[in-house]
Design a protein around this ligand. Structure first.
Ligand SMILES: [Fe+2]
Ligand SMILES: [Fe+2]
Length: 167
C-alpha cells in the first residue's frame, strides 16, 4: 500500500476504534441513567464503527489467522507490561496524578495476565486446537481477568466477585 494511504487508514482505524469504545462506555452510562433507547443507539453505532474499523484493518493487512492474531495480542500486551504501563504509571506518580496512577496500575496488572493467557492459547491454536476452558471472569472495577472459579475478592482492587462479569 502507498505510504500516504497507509497513514490515513491507520489514523482512521485508530479513530474508529476509539469511537467504538467511547460509544460502548456512553451506552452503559445512558443505561444507568434510565435511557435504554439512547443506550441502544450508542451500542448500535458503536457496532457500525467496529465495521468501519474492521474494513480499515483488513485493508491494512492487520487481520490474520488465529495463531498470528494471538501473537499480535502477545506482542501488544508484552509492550504494555514491559514498557508502556510502567512508564505511564511512573509519569502519573511523578506528576502526582492519583487517578491516572490507579488506572495505569489496574491496566498493568491485568495485561500481565492477558499476556500469559494469549501465550497459552497460541500454543493450542498452533496445533489447530481450541483451548479447553470454562468461564472467564472480569472484574468491572479494574479489569482483573480470571479463568475458572474466581477468588472471592479481586486480588488487584479488592472488589467482591459477585460484581464480576462472566464470559
Ligand atoms: Fe490486556
Ligand atoms: Fe478488580
Amino acid at each position: 500500500m502507498k505510504k500516504m494511504t497507509e497513514k490515513a487508514l491507520l489514523e482512521a482505524f485508530a479513530g474508529e476504534s476509539m469511537a467504538h469504545m467511547k460509544y460502548l462506555i456512553f451506552s452503559e452510562i445512558a443505561e444507568k441513567e434510565g435511557m435504554p433507547n439512547i443506550a441502544r443507539l450508542f451500542k448500535a453505532i458503536a457496532y457500525a464503527e467496529q465495521v468501519h474499523a474492521t474494513n480499515h484493518a483488513r485493508n491494512l493487512g492487520l487481520i490474520k489467522k488465529t495463531p498470528d492474531n494471538l501473537q499480535t495480542g502477545i506482542d501488544g500486551e508484552t509492550y504494555e507490561v514491559e514498557e508502556m504501563y510502567p512508564v505511564f504509571n511512573n509519569t502519573a506518580k511523578f506528576q502526582n496524578e492519583k487517578g491516572a496512577e490507579q488506572s495505569t496500575h489496574y491496566a498493568l496488572e491485568a495485561e500481565k495476565i492477558h499476556m500469559k493467557m494469549y501465550a497459552d492459547a497460541k500454543n493450542s491454536a498452533e496445533k489447530g486446537k481450541d483451548i479447553d476452558i470454562k468461564e472467564i471472569y472480569i472484574c468491572p472495577v479494574c479489569g482483573f481477568t480470571h479463568i475458572g472459579k474466581p477468588p472471592e475478592y479481586c486480588p488487584v482492587c479488592g472488589a467482591h466477585n459477585s460484581k464480576f462479569k462472566k464470559f
